[in-house]
Write a protein that binds this ligand. Sequence first.
Ligand SMILES: Cc1ncc(C[n+]2csc(CCO)c2C)c(N)n1
Length: 232
Amino acid sequence: MPTTPTPFCDELWAAVAEIRAAIDELPFVTGLGDGTLDRDKFVYYLAQDAHYLRDYARALAGAAAKADLPEDIAFFAQHAHDAIVVESSLHQSNVVDVDAWTPSPTCTGYTSYLLSVAHTQGYAELAAAVLPCFWIYAEVGRALLEHAGDLAAHPYGDWIGTYADDEFEAATAKARSIVDRLAGQADPATRARMRTAFTTASAWEWMFWDAAWRVESWPFDLSPAPAAEPAK
Ligand SMILES: Cc1ncc(C[n+]2csc(CCO)c2C)c(N)n1
């Protein structure tokens, strides 16, 4: 009896069930949800996220460049733009001094991974690599909203509201439909690489929150050398 093909994204989601459950248990995420998260850890996270968003936007722009359909080009280019809008607002905010923070080892690792997929693999693999960023945040936002109650009174209500948003949910559905379409056209080796890209980026999502909880830093001081004194 012919079986109905399972949408590829269902397989991807099943493959990251353990990571997804582990994200819900992270102290950073539970603290974000119940409002007990230390403000300094949240500020560190925002600074790292600003660094992340700049390179994530580059990865999305890479997906726009590789995309076959005009609507996919527009989708990825739009979200590259949106990620930079958020990055700039973090740079301009008086809550966080982004440039005072060096990108952490984990932030560097995650963005380097995405940009390596952008430069060395195809459109289908890159679309799968950028998907966890949408999907995991939409799911985490939704789960936190269920328990957060009144967002206006919540210390992290703005953050939760951004990602628990319907428009954001629609963007995630569109990103999934692109990956499903590409998987439907892909050979088994490409599908295997798509799966690896998705599971690897999902693990980086876990690590990104974990790094914020640990306020992760480099084992050496990598801050830029001070500017040379002007000649007298
Ligand atoms: C580590 C990290 N992962 C995912 C997101 C969520 N996110 C960032 S840009 C974007 C799409 C463009 O609007 C989404 C969903 C984040 N902020 N930081």
